[in-house]
Every structure is written in structure tokens, then in C-alpha cells.
Design a protein around this ligand. Structure first.
Ligand code: ADP
Length: 266
């Protein structure tokens, strides 16, 4: 009788704890969901006033800057930089909040990746030239992929922008695109290499975390938000791919992305 009673109590206790844990999970899940919705809504709502601010500052700069004192011009330029930083941050937060929501946010299409990347290289060239950085691009003449055009462009931009940002003047940055066979599938391989400041081995596992920056001051000064690489990782993984880094401090870094999205031409 004692054994039967003991087993009965044990059964009831286990059942109760399972029931309680399920009940506790529901509010937690709901509050996560509400938090994500809040971040998505707030970032979306912040975009309009920010773009109004941005264009008002542009008008002010065009119309008034000639009559402004050096001090006021400085204030205006600081305001423009901060608005730009905040617009960037809000855009990044919105992307991540949407990616968290679990709703499929990728818009797949089949396209030749080379022309948009050539265009991207032209804008990156401006950033590179300002630092006398030698920017190289290697790729086949066409490369048909099936993926989200805008997101892939964003991923490439994040990696290139970081490579240029974290490479001192006179350094080199290269972007190489190729098709590589992986498990019977053709993968797109993206390699972004730089001769920059590098990342210490103990930090390499954390740079893909949200808001993580190796050197907060340096990154902030350069307009960084600490969200770029977490977005890049999300984009690679949303395309069923991977992103990896190998880096030696003071020598440089190499970021490699593999995504199974290459299509043979029909
Ligand atoms: P941030 O906006 O700060 O650049 P990211 O998420 O893009 O944020 O990168 C996270 C951190 O990883 C950066 O703050 C920087 O410390 C480091 N990092 C990223 N790319 C490079 C690179 N190419 N060379 C050296 N450090 C890098």
C-alpha cells in the first residue's frame, strides 16, 4: 500500500509540476512576442520623424550654412552625423525585430548577382579611396543565384563596410565571389578579406552577437551600432547558409559566407 501511495504522490507531483511549467511558459512566450512587436512598431514609427529631420538638416545646410559661424556649422554637422547613426540603428533594429518574428521575410528571386555587386563595389570604392585603401573585386562574369536580392546586397555591404572601417589607411580589402560544390549543391561562396586591425581569438565567437563590439569607443566613433554582423549572420542563415571568421590581430580578417543558392543557367 505504501509503495502504491508513494507512486501515486509522485505521479501527482510530476503532473502538477509539468502543468505549472506549461502555465509559466505561456506568459513568458507572450511577453517575448509583445516585446518583439513593440520593437518592430517603435522602429517603424521612428523612421518617419528621422527622415524628416534628415531632410530638414539637409535644407538648413544648403540654405544657411554660408551665413553660419564655424561653431554653428560644427553643431549642424554633428546633428547630421547623429541623425544618420540613429537612422542606421533604427533600420537595423527593424530588420532584427522582423527576423525574430519568425515570419518569412525573404523575397526570393532568381537573378544575376554580378551587376548589383559591381554597383555596390563602386559605392564602396568611394569609402576606400578616402582612406587610400586598395579595393579589389574577383568574380566570374555571371553568377545566377536564387535568393533575396536586397538582403544579399545588405550582407555584402555590411562585410565590405566593416572591412574598410577596420582597416587603416593604405591597406587592402578584397571581395571574392565564386560557386563552390557543397553536398551535391552549388553554394555561393563570399570571401571578404582585409589587412586591418584583426579580432583577438577570444572575441571571435562573440562578434556575431547583437550590440557586441570589440572596442566600443572605436566602433562608436566609426558610426557602428554593433548590429551589422548579427544581421549578416541572420541573412546567411535565413538562406540556409553559414558565416565564419578567421582573423589575426594586427594582420587582418577574413569573413567567409557559404549559401546554397547558386542556380545553373537554364
Ligand atoms: P559595428 O557596427 O560595431 O561594426 P558589427 O556587428 O558589424 O558592429 O561588428 C561587431 C564588431 O566586430 C565590431 O565592433 C568590430 O569590433 C569587430 N569587427 C567586425 N568586422 C571587423 C573587421 N573586418 N576587422 C576587425 N574587426 C571587425
Amino acid at each position: 500500500i505504501l509503495v502504491t501511495l508513494g507512486l501515486l504522490f509522485l505521479g501527482i507531483a510530476l503532473g502538477l509540476s509539468y502543468f505549472m511549467s506549461k502555465r509559466a511558459m505561456i506568459p513568458i512566450r507572450n511577453s517575448f512576442h509583445r516585446q518583439r512587436e513593440f520593437v518592430a512598431d517603435a522602429s517603424h514609427e521612428l523612421r518617419t520623424p528621422l527622415s524628416i529631420l534628415q531632410s530638414s538638416l539637409d535644407v538648413l545646410e544648403m540654405e544657411e550654412s554660408k551665413q553660419m559661424s564655424g561653431f554653428s556649422q560644427n553643431v549642424l554637422s554633428n546633428m547630421k552625423n547623429e541623425v544618420r547613426r540613429m537612422t542606421h540603428l533604427v533600420g537595423d533594429l527593424l530588420t532584427l525585430a522582423r527576423s525574430d518574428s519568425g515570419v518569412p521575410v525573404l523575397r526570393y528571386e532568381t537573378f544575376d548577382l554580378i551587376p548589383p555587386v559591381e554597383q555596390l563595389i563602386r559605392s564602396a570604392q568611394t569609402l576606400a579611396q578616402a582612406k587610400n585603401i586598395n579595393l579589389q573585386f574577383h568574380a566570374p562574369s555571371t553568377l545566377t543565384v536564387h535568393g533575396d536580392h536586397e538582403r544579399i546586397r545588405q550582407l555584402l555591404y555590411i562585410l565590405l563596410d566593416n572591412a574598410i572601417k577596420y582597416t587603416p589607411n593604405e591597406g587592402s580589402v578584397s571581395l571574392t565571389l565564386s560557386a563552390a560544390s557543397r553536398e551535391k549543391q552549388q553554394a555561393l561562396r563570399i570571401v571578404v578579406q582585409d589587412t586591418g586591425i584583426g579580432i583577438p581569438p577570444e572575441e571571435q565567437g562573440r562578434i556575431f552577437d547583437r550590440f557586441y563590439r570589440v572596442d566600443k569607443n572605436r566602433s562608436r566613433q566609426m558610426g557602428g551600432t554593433g548590429l551589422g554582423l548579427s544581421i549578416a549572420k541572420w541573412i546567411a542563415e535565413a538562406h540556409h547558409g553559414t558565416i565564419q571568421v578567421s582573423s589575426i590581430p594586427e594582420k587582418g580578417s577574413t569573413f567567409t559566407v557559404m549559401m546554397p543558392i547558386v542556380r545553373q543557367k537554364a
